[in-house]
Write a protein that binds this ligand. Structure first.
Ligand code: FAD
Ligand code: NAP
Length: 313
């Protein structure tokens, strides 16, 4: 029986493992289907992790993390987890992709989330070279320049506001002329001088050169429009990687909100005792490395107390 099973080896999972093992748990395994490090390893540059100065890639940032954890005894299983089962006695069974199972007293789930793609030409080719799904991460690279934002939900509009404070101008491209976002947010949008609304319009193609994006072609009711921008931000929804928390009948083993985000409290506790969640998959996640790591630290510390109480208390 494991003390703690950690599902996902990104910043949240690795930090949970560090705090749990260094805090005295002997039997902690992190289940990660790929290489540890998480989605930040795809990033060519990270400028906002505290204390890290100079040019550094996401991969450079994450390389030392697993080694640091292993020093304190974190075990790493390179396997996909299919499902976490919550049993009647309050313990958990981890169902793995290789057909085997493992039991655990507590579980931390931090499998992240995946931004949806819009589907225009060049979107994948220029991802990370001008096409971005994160204004907090990449907005600063376009300081004083013009950028485009795709989407008409709360996220697209809030991120357009964020970018409008850094960038000279933001083109908000939305496929309809009404918005999903809250009415007061839409009202504010219409009053923001340096955001131009490009409505009833869909992105057709992003183009550029080997340095990155140089423009976006948009299909408008008046015909094709060329928007010459070096940055295109897409916010058309997120898939939360919550499949491991589903029972065989499709219900969840803990509470989730309407968008599938895991509901946690400030201690990263879910509605199920002994089950913690954090990082990009939790509600109100800032979707940053530093906040995911913070969630992991909180969950690791909480799991130590939970297991102690369960075994001795
Ligand atoms: P993730 O990093 O998504 O890690 C989840 C892990 O779980 C993955 O390794 C995945 O393989 C694993 N996993 C998923 N399902 C399973 C399963 N069933 N079984 C086993 N393993 C599983 N943040 C910043 O702070 N600054 C930036 O500049 C920045 N730039 C970014 C640039 C790019 C291109 C991207 C994609 C993201 C960027 N981010 C940035 C966001 C940052 O990467 C995330 O907020 C952070 O990685 C979230 O950490 P996490 O641990 O919650 O999840
Ligand atoms: P969302 O509400 O699903 O909005 C996605 C937007 O992207 C929609 O405007 C949609 O257009 C557009 N879109 C989707 N696929 C597209 C495609 N292929 N091409 C072009 N456009 C496409 O997603 P979200 O903004 O991430 O928000 C998710 C949930 O979180 C929402 O319920 C939202 O209210 C909530 N949220 C709340 C806050 C807040 O309250 N402060 C902040 C952020 C998010 P259509 O409208 O035409 O479908």
């Amino acid at each position: 029986m494991l003390d703690l099973a950690i599902i996902g080896g990104g910043p949240a999972g690795l930090t949970a493992g560090l705090y749990a093992t260094r805090g005295g748990l002997d039997n902690v395994t992190m289940f990660e289907k790929g290489m540890p490090g998480g989605q930040i390893t795809q990033s060519s540059e990270i400028e906002n992790y505290p204390g890290v100065t100079g040019e550094i890639t996401g991969m450079d940032l994450m390389i030392p993390w697993p080694e640091q954890c292993q020093k304190f005894g974190l075990k790493h299983a390179m396997v996909e987890v299919l499902r976490v089962e919550h049993k009647a006695d309050g313990t958990f069974t981890i169902h793995k992709g290789d057909g085997t199972t493992e039991d655990s007293l507590a579980v931390m789930v931090c499998t992240g989330s995946t931004p949806k793609r819009v589907g225009f030409s060049g979107e994948d080719e220029f991802f990370g070279r001008g096409v971005s799904t994160c204004a907090t991460c990449d907005g600063f690279f376009y300081k004083g320049k013009e950028v485009a934002v795709i989407g008409g939900g709360d996220t697209a509009i809030e991120e357009a506001f964020y970018l409008s404070k850094i960038c000279k101008k933001v083109y908000l491209v939305h496929r309809r002329d009404t918005f999903r976002a809250a009415p007061n947010t839409v009202e504010r949008l219409k009053n923001t001088e340096n955001i131009e609304l490009v409505l009833n319009s869909s992105p057709a193609e992003v183009y550029g050169d080997k340095m990155g994006v140089t423009g976006l072609k948009v299909t408008t009711p008046e015909g094709e429009r060329d928007i010459p921008v070096p940055g295109v931000f897409t916010f058309v929804g997120n898939d939360i990687n919550n499949q491991v928390l589903k029972n065989e009948d499709g219900s969840f083993i803990c509470d989730v909100n309407d968008w599938g985000e895991i509901i946690v409290d400030l201690k990263m506790k879910t509605s199920t005792p002994g089950l913690y969640a954090g990082g990009d998959m939790r509600l109100d996640a800032p979707k940053q490395v530093v906040s995911a790591a913070g969630d992991g630290a909180v969950a690791g510390i909480q799991a130590i107390g939970y297991i102690d109480e369960r075994l001795n208390g």
